[in-house]
Design a protein around this ligand. Structure first.
Ligand code: HEC
Length: 114
């Protein structure tokens, strides 16, 4: 029983978000939920939806908060933005701001690489 409690305590400790933003790998994991639509590392194909790589951190953060709070019209992003705490949004915005914008790398199969 004690080990279960200790385990639960650790799990809760891991969920305490404020310590995470310094962790680059964690920030990238959070940001990876955006890659499906916004492209790997936020380099979207043909700019649809808009690329996030290399954008201003404060602007990204404000945009996400505006989506979340319903201040910015959206088809999808208002729902998506609701899933994150402020600290997580800060980590995600920081991650995309740190990525260099650049060309999209096609997947190996698309390059005929197999
Ligand atoms: C299911 C696809 C999808 C996912 C996943 C997604 N987005 Fe979006 N994003 C969109 C679409 C579509 C738009 C255009 C606004 C709208 O219609 O919701 C958009 C718009 C945006 C914009 C505004 C860009 C601009 O220049 O106007 C930002 C910032 C953004 N998304 C950030 C994110 C972040 C950060 C994540 C991950 C936490 C994310 N998005 C995940 C589809 C997605």
């Amino acid at each position: 029983m004690r080990s279960i409690l200790v385990g639960a305590g650790c799990a809760l400790g891991l969920l305490a978000v404020p310590a995470w933003p310094q962790d680059a790998n964690h920030a990238r994991s959070l940001a990876a939920t955006c890659f499906t639509c916004h492209g790997s590392d936020g380099r979207s194909v043909g700019g649809i939806p808009p690329a996030l790589a290399g954008r201003d951190r404060a602007e990204l953060l404000q945009t996400m908060k505006d989506f979340r709070d319903g201040k910015r019209p959206a088809t999808i992003m208002h729902q998506h933005a609701k899933g994150y705490t402020d600290a997580q949004l800060e980590a995600i915005a920081g991650y995309f701001a740190s990525v260099k914008p650049g060309p999209v790398q096609p997947a190996p199969a698309a390059r005929g690489g197999y």
